[in-house]
Design a protein around this ligand. Structure first.
Ligand code: ADP
Ligand code: MG
Length: 481
């Protein structure tokens, strides 16, 4: 019937617009390399900030002692302690996860840091006898902070902007280490922040500790970002003395990468327009499509919005909305729940996508539970899986292109005579960890892009490597060394 034909047409258009064939991905990777050069050349030289992390030596494996780590990510924060035993490795480690009450994500800086310091103090109070702090020494902490910060030393940094749904205006421009330190004083917690690191940098440090061939880290969780080891002489904007190792870890902030080669759709643009002005229907669809390239230039964090967990489910919801409106996909009435932004979460999307039952009952029950669509036909369910597949493949393929961009920048994308050095990329984040279709698609795309070099490039899941990484960096920058 006409209804299905229209729905089918919307689906095919989506597939067409999200297409990322090999040649296009090569262009994206090349554009990434170009932007990396530009971001390293001068401050503000590119949308890619290419932030200097002040980490110029990664863990050696000789680190010893008790160290704490704190990881403030998108939705959770985690506190951790590790007893490092030098050559013996990690002797004991404990961690606890605390979810951040949503009102604190948009409140005041004072409240957020008080909440964090209080949770940390509670955790410190449970420290058992297996952990040893030499008498008279102060506890030290590695602080993983997964938002863009401008650092002037390893143990300080001012917040550039919030991402991933956080918006605490009085914290922007402030030194987050100072904020945390003041909050710890307020709750009488005697602890020194020895290192402030982005989660990508923490994951790189933790990854390198367990595998010396690790050269880069990528996060695919609520948001997305990457860090890698750069040669200091390839960083023209670096003003300081050359680091002894000749190397510096760079936090790319690749979520803000943009290129005219990125496959964008009207759904991505309207997502952005609305996330800037919630509740306001700014643009009618047709205007939006017509002005696509113009609004493209206004968009923030475009790359992140195409590849990360916060947005994939929402893009699917938007496609379904249009199908409901224009093709009566769910019948004559548009399910009211479908109108609610972010109601379809990426974990639900991935549960549907992985549904292997013959009647797709997981899809059916998700539609029922989340969108209150009581009856769905098999044909509908199949189409929904197809939408998930298109949106996820685009994200995973672009993430692979991003990795290729890094490999190109550091000359690991080609084989060199007599060099069979492996390059390992440490991957972390809930999206990569749990969304199997995403993970598989990313791996196979990387192989497709690399050809014969593929056997030297390894993607390794570094589960919660950033916590250990931050603790290790605190250890190697301890005040007692
Ligand atoms: P953060 O990025 O906040 O530090 P995580 O790395 O744990 O936290 O990632 C959480 C994100 O991972 C969620 O926002 C969600 O998008 C994604 N995610 C979690 N579980 C799943 C799942 N089962 N399938 C797909 N995505 C998932
Ligand atoms: Mg995280």
């Amino acid at each position: 019937s006409g209804k299905w034909a229209k729905a089918e047409a919307i689906l095919r258009e989506l597939e067409d617009k999200c297409g990322a064939p090999t040649a296009k991905l090569q262009q994206v990777a090349d554009a990434m390399t170009v932007e990396m050069h530009a971001g390293l050349a001068s401050e503000g030289g590119s949308k890619l900030k290419m932030l200097i992390s002040y980490v110029d030596n990664l863990p050696t494996g000789d680190e010893t002692g008790l160290f704490y780590a704190l990881d403030l990510g998108g939705t959770n924060f985690r506190v951790m302690r590790v007893q490092l035993g030098g050559k013996e490795g990690v002797i004991k480690q404990e961690s606890e996860e605390v979810s951040i009450p949503p009102h604190l994500m948009v409140g005041s800086s004072h409240e957020l840091f008080d909440f964090i310091a209080t949770a940390l103090a509670k955790f410190v109070a449970t420290e058992g006898e297996e952990f040893h702090l030499p008498a008279g020494k102060q506890r030290e902490l590695g602080f993983t902070f997964s938002f863009p910060i401008r650092q002037l030393s390893l143990a300080s940094g001012t917040l550039i902007k919030w991402t991933k749904g956080f918006l605490i205006e009085d914290a922007v421009g402030e030194d987050v280490v100072e904020e945390l330190t003041k909050a710890m004083e307020r709750v009488n917690l005697d602890m020194r922040v020895a290192a402030l690191v982005n989660d990508t940098v923490g994951t790189l440090a933790g990854g390198k500790y367990s595998n010396p061939d690790v050269i880069a880290a990528v996060i695919l969780g609520t948001g997305s970002n990457a860090a890698y080891v750069e040669r200091a002489h390839a960083i023209p904007k670096w003003q300081g003395l050359p680091p002894k190792t000749g190397e510096m870890v760079i936090n790319m902030e690749w979520g803000n990468f943009r290129s005219s080669h990125l496959p964008l759709t009207e759904y991505d643009i309207s997502l952005d327009a609305e996330s800037l002005n919630p509740g306001e229907q700014l643009l009618c669809r047709r205007t939006c499509v017509r002005l696509l390239s113009f609004f493209f230039w206004l968009m923030e964090q475009i790359f992140e919005k195409l590849v990360s967990g916060m947005y994939l489910g929402e893009i699917v919801r938007r496609v379904l909305c249009r199908m409901a409106e224009e093709a009566s996909f769910f019948g004559d009435i548009i399910p009211p729940k479908l109108k609610i932004p972010f109601i379809l979460r990426t974990p639900d999307m991935s549960a549907m996508h992985h549904d292997s039952s013959s009647d797709l009952k997981v899809v059916g029950s998700k539609l029922k539970d989340i969108l209150e669509v009581p009856n769905s036909s098999l044909k509908m369910r199949k189409m929904i899986i197809e939408i998930c597949d298109i949106v996820t493949s685009r994200g995973a393929r672009l993430a692979a292109a991003g990795v290729l961009g890094i490999l190109k920048k550091i000359g690991r994308d080609t084989l060199k005579e007599g060099d069979n050095q492996k390059s390992v990329i440490a991957l972390d984040g809930g999206l990569f960890e749990h969304y199997t279709e995403f993970r598989n698609c990313m791996s196979s795309t990387l192989k497709e892009l690399l050809g014969e070099v593929a056997e030297y490039i390894v993607i390794e899941l570094a589960n919660d490597g950033s916590g250990i990484g931050a603790a290790l960096l605190a250890a190697s920058h301890s005040q007692y060394l």
